[in-house]
Design a protein around this ligand. Structure first.
Ligand SMILES: Cc1cc2nc3c(=O)[nH]c(=O)nc-3n(C[C@H](O)[C@H](O)[C@H](O)COP(=O)(O)OP(=O)(O)OC[C@H]3O[C@@H](n4cnc5c(N)ncnc54)[C@H](O)[C@@H]3O)c2cc1C
Length: 475
């Protein structure tokens, strides 16, 4: 197999860029990575947005392939399900999967990124260039413009493929858009987010169950908490920017504490630094970015959040970006180093799935804040797990297809719609999963669904023609 280009450039040493650097390095390619931040291993720079992330099957698969899984699992905290906190303090546990083999893992974003950068750097064919900011591309010459942030000197890079993993605000995508080479749509939520902390208890232990993702669902807003290895929890409040309640109106220590005391009393009692954290920490924006195409011939491709930023409610942004890397690597295995062909086939495989997880993530926001406390929702979840036990060849719950399998997201979305309809039919007039008419269930499943093909990716399902994005909406 000839390596038509043995050198490749990556923009951004974030989560996707550093995993991709390792995939390429293992293939023997010569890799240059340009990252605009200082080396996070030597500075106090935080790794970016959320402090911890939920890692699941697709991310685990990529980490196993690049050889980092064991090191990450050493610091990961398994979360078996959602623990729902009602305002009156009642707790309800909802298991995520069929048993304890199906869990998601809370991992530190910073530690994960640092370990990935260490691993990339351990390969002699990878060169990491920190404090080197990409300013965009010269589209006529297909050159990348890079500026050294310490000296202010700029230079151009050309003659080798570039993969831009520079995140949701991608300079490369923006530059392609300005030259009319890519259409972008960006839809912001009216909700933003703020990170807060529940510290370890006085005895040094976890103040809440560490093996659950805690949710305080309150319809138009919610609080969640994920455990950290130091026994603290990182909480994230999702709330409208404007209105009451809204971030803009919660601007005094008293209003913040009284909001928490009335809406999340059990959490509030565990947050001694709430007022200070709230007034100091920034409000993050949440949105979905879709674009097309994702590449410019064989010269430039966008990957990860740079081409498909999604809202965080399915815990899949990083997992999806890692899967982008896995699939790109698979394409190189299958088709060699014809980059134009590789980027085209890869884009065709991924675009339809990135669009699907973007929709699923938006849907899950409504599920998390509005439905998780609803008894009818809990009943259909129970029935879903029972259907999986009785008819595993036909029924895997949608959450499980996304989180515990590598079912293409587009397949999970489509099967999920049919499955939800079947679950609703089966749940009419009953109050427990034991009362379901399982003969009817079997009939409906066989009539309406093809047997579940597990992790195999049916080619035609993964490669439907990607739609053009709607025109850009103002941010
Ligand atoms: C609140 C929140 C919670 C989340 N929780 C989860 C979760 O639980 N599970 C999950 O899977 N995903 C989660 N995500 C999504 C996840 O954070 C992203 O999908 C993931 O970080 C995407 O990785 P990336 O490498 O594409 O982009 P990024 O991680 O953003 O990395 C981009 C890199 O490019 C660098 N860069 C940017 N611009 C330039 C430039 N001009 N020149 C050079 N370098 C540049 C940046 O410094 C950075 O290092 C969450 C997101 C948010 C906001």
């Amino acid at each position: 197999m000839t390596k038509q280009h043995t050198k490749i450039t990556i923009v951004g040493a974030g989560l996707a860029g550093s995993v991709l650097a390792v995939y390429f390095a293992k293939r023997g390619l010569s890799v240059d990575v340009y990252e605009h931040r200082p080396d996070m291993r030597q500075s106090s720079t935080t790794a970016g947005r959320s402090i911890n992330l939920a890692l699941s099957k697709r991310g685990i698969h990529a980490l196993r392939e690049v050889g980092l899984l064991d090191a990450i699992m050493d610091m990961a905290i398994p979360m078996r399900g959602r623990l729902i906190h009602a305002t009156d303090g009642t707790l309800t546990f909802q298991r995520y999967g069929k048993d304890d083999s199906e869990v998601i893992y809370s991992v530190s974003r910073g530690e994960l990124n640092r370990k990935l950068i260490d691993l990339a750097e351990a390969h002699s064919n990878v060169r990491l260039h920190f404090q080197m900011r990409c300013d965009g591309i010269d589209t006529t010459k297909h050159q990348l413009r890079v500026t050294d942030e310490r000296t202010g000197k700029s230079h151009s890079i050309s003659g080798q493929p570039v993969v831009a993993t520079d995140g949701a605000g991608s300079a490369v995508r923006t530059s392609m858009e300005q030259h009319g080479l890519v259409k972008v749509s960006s839809e912001l939520l009216e909700h933003g987010y703020k990170e807060l902390t529940i510290p370890a208890s006085e005895a040094g232990g976890f103040a809440l169950d560490p093996h659950a993702l805690h949710i305080w669902p309150r319809k138009s807003f919610m609080l969640i908490a994920l455990p950290n290895p130091d026994a603290s929890f990182t909480c994230t409040l999702f709330l409208r920017h404007e209105g009451t309640p809204g971030f803009s109106s919660l601007n005094t220590a008293d209003s913040i504490r009284s909001f928490f005391d009335s809406e999340f009393p059990d959490a509030s009692a565990l947050m001694p630094t709430l007022e200070k954290d709230f007034l100091t920490n920034p409000v993050g924006i949440l949105g979905t970015i879709r674009c097309f195409p994702w590449h410019l011939d064989g010269s430039i491709a966008l990957l990860g959040d740079a081409c498909h930023a999604i809202v965080p409610f399915f815990g899949q942004g990083m997992n999806c970006a890692f899967e982008d890397c896995t699939v790109l690597n698979d394409c190189l295995d299958e088709y060699g180093y014809d980059w134009t062909r590789i980027f085209r086939i890869w884009e065709k495989r991924r675009k339809v799935n990135a669009d699907a997880i973007a929709d699923l993530a938006l849907e899950n926001f409504v599920e998390m804040r509005d439905h998780v406390a609803d008894p009818q929702f809990l009943l259909t979840k129970q029935i879903g797990l029972e259907l999986e036990r009785r008819f595993p060849e036909y029924f895997i719950p949608k959450y499980s297809m996304v989180t515990f399998h590598r079912t293409p997201y587009a397949v999970a979305l489509r099967r999920g719609i049919i499955q939800t309809d079947i679950l609703r039919t089966l749940a009419v007039g009953i109050s427990s999963a034991e009362q379901v008419d399982y003969a009817l269930a079997g009939r409906l499943l066989r009539e309406r669904l093809r047997p579940y093909s597990g992790e195999a990716v049916p080619e035609h399902e993964a490669t439907a023609d990607p739609p053009n994005p709607p025109s850009r909406t103002p941010r």
